[in-house]
Design a protein around this ligand. Structure first.
Ligand code: G3P
Length: 228
């Protein structure tokens, strides 16, 4: 399962790309608005500069009719290049736009998916990814993980090539359970990366390693001993 970063914050993207094995960045209008900058063009261009052409960049349309969505997709693709996916919320116009974008060779992620059937219809419209919203389903006493489980199994049974990029996470348990479903990717905010990696017992173990080493070698490092 791949990990993507769900943020438009330049410093966070730099940090995540430096330390974590991320394969891309996802944004949406809410995420962009959190940067409190009116320079959308500069934000997405800078993200591409940081992540390079090979990592995926998923940017959401703000249009609601198919032709306008296509026009935005083409404009953003021309600006950012590389592995680009236009994120389109699943509506009738969105599905039409999905097919139009695919005809023009533009990658599509159908987003704001809350049901299994929305995912299957998006897949039939040619979407490369579907993005089910886990935490928002959990918030309404639905079950985000269960929805993903059924999408995974439905795609397998129907030999659907569309990938599942699960989104909207608030905790490690949700990410872990989605990983266990066999979903292809998750997009998570930078704080969640830290939560996924951190465990106090890891730091206890590191402390013990250091103490045990020092009992024999004092403050000498391996490089000191190997003479490098
Ligand atoms: O990628 C979609 C995601 O950003 C939605 O997350 O936390 O607003 O439910 P959230």
């Amino acid at each position: 399962m791949q990990y993507l970063i769900d943020t438009a914050n330049i410093e966070s993207i730099k940090k995540c790309c430096e330390f974590y094995p991320v394969t891309g960045v996802t944004t949406n209008p809410t995420i962009i608005s959190k940067e409190h900058s009116s320079d959308f063009k500069n934000i997405i261009y800078t993200i591409r500069e940081i992540i390079g052409p090979d990592k995926m960049l998923h940017v959401q349309t703000t249009a609601s009719d198919a032709k306008q969505i296509l026009a935005e997709a083409e404009a953003i693709r021309n600006l950012v290049g590389g592995r680009f996916f236009i994120k389109i919320p699943i509506t009738a116009e969105g599905l039409k736009a999905c097919a139009l974008c695919k005809d023009k060779g533009i990658g599509v992620t159908m987003t704001a998916i809350f049901t299994q059937q929305q995912a299957l219809i998006a897949a039939n419209a040619g979407a490369d990814f579907v993005a089910p919203y886990i935490n928002r389903l959990d918030n309404i006493v639905s079950d985000g993980v269960h929805v993903v489980e059924e999408i995974v199994s439905m795609f397998k049974k129907n030999e659907v090539k569309t990938k599942i990029l699960a989104a909207s996470f608030k905790n490690v348990e949700q990410v872990h359970k989605v990983a266990m479903t066999g979903a292809d990717a998750v997009t998570i905010n930078p704080d969640l990366f830290e939560m996924l990696v951190y465990h106090p017992l890891t730091y206890y173990a590191i402390d013990d390693f250091c103490k045990d080493w020092e009992t024999i070698y004092g403050d000498k490092t391996i490089l000191d001993i190997l003479g490098k």
